[in-house]
Design a protein around this ligand. Structure first.
Ligand code: PGA
Length: 255
């Protein structure tokens, strides 16, 4: 299958950065730089910046996402945000399973599955993050770990719903460290994920699924990573906080 049949998706993950005011400014900075992008462009902002982001992005090709959602529809979960709340604001995307949620906030493969399920039920498109720790890579268990993460997270996802799942392979050792996976390392794990999708669903769905790479992707290394057959875009942390750098990755994905 021609890689061009899978439209690349470049998503910024702003993490816990920017106020609503700064959100407006950054999106206004990004807008003209990505106006002719041939890939999808998403910015995943803090909850309190969603409203500002939606307003600033209105009428542009920038789409807005949240960085997490709870698995329950509502209830006694102090400090949490439901997928329905995001949907009611008009937010189309949400990240689930980011390694920082897994590491610092107790997310497990099962809670990631539940969050993903809730997001799909609310009509959202999910950017589902998976990836191995350094120890796991060194022990040679990368493929097992990542396959298990993907399999569990997709446990209650139908083949039709899979069209609203983007998978982001993010080796934990590459996130925020400046240590990017080589293009070959990124591609071989993405390829393994695609093969798993083929086993769980069908070859046709595997060919259609967008699988990103994330972990220290920036303007300098994006082109090589994105040129890989199984790398269909990127989830960008640090480099998504500067308009010109983020736009240069979008440009690399548009070639
Ligand atoms: P990074 O973060 O680009 O800063 O490594 C990626 C991510 O955590 O999604």
């Amino acid at each position: 299958m021609d890689k061009k049949l899978r439209k690349a998706v470049i998503a910024g993950n702003w993490k816990m950065n920017k106020t609503p005011e700064q959100t407006e400014a950054l999106i206004n900075g990004i807008k003209p730089l990505v106006a002719s992008a041939e890939c999808d462009v998403i910015v995943c902002v803090p909850f309190v910046c969603l409203d500002a982001a939606l307003k600033a992005a209105e009428g542009s090709n920038i789409k807005v996402g949240a960085q997490n959602c709870h698995w329950a529809k509502s209830g006694a979960f102090t400090g949490e945000i439901s997928a329905d709340m995001l949907a009611s604001m008009g937010v189309p995307y949400v990240i689930t399973g980011h390694s920082e949620r897994r590491t610092y906030f107790g997310d497990t493969d099962v809670t990631v599955k539940n969050r993903t399920r809730a997001a799909l039920d609310a009509g959202l498109t999910v950017i589902l993050c998976v990836g191995e720790h350094l120890e796991q890579r060194e022990q040679g268990t990368t493929f097992e770990v990542v396959r298990a993460q993907v399999k569990i997270a997709l446990g209650e996802v139908s083949e039709q719903e899979l069209e609203r799942i983007i998978i982001a392979y993010e080796p934990v050792w590459a996130i925020g460290t400046g240590k990017t996976a080589t293009a070959a390392q990124a591609n071989e794990v993405n390829k393994a994920i695609r093969e798993l999708i083929g086993e769980l669903y069908s070859k046709a769905s595997a060919d259609k699924t967008v699988i990103q790479y994330g972990g220290s992707m920036n303007g300098a290394n994006a082109a090589e990573l994105l040129a890989q057959y199984d790398v269909d875009g990127g989830l960008i942390g640090g480099a998504s906080l500067k308009a010109a750098e983020f736009a240069s990755i979008v440009t690399a994905a548009s070639k």
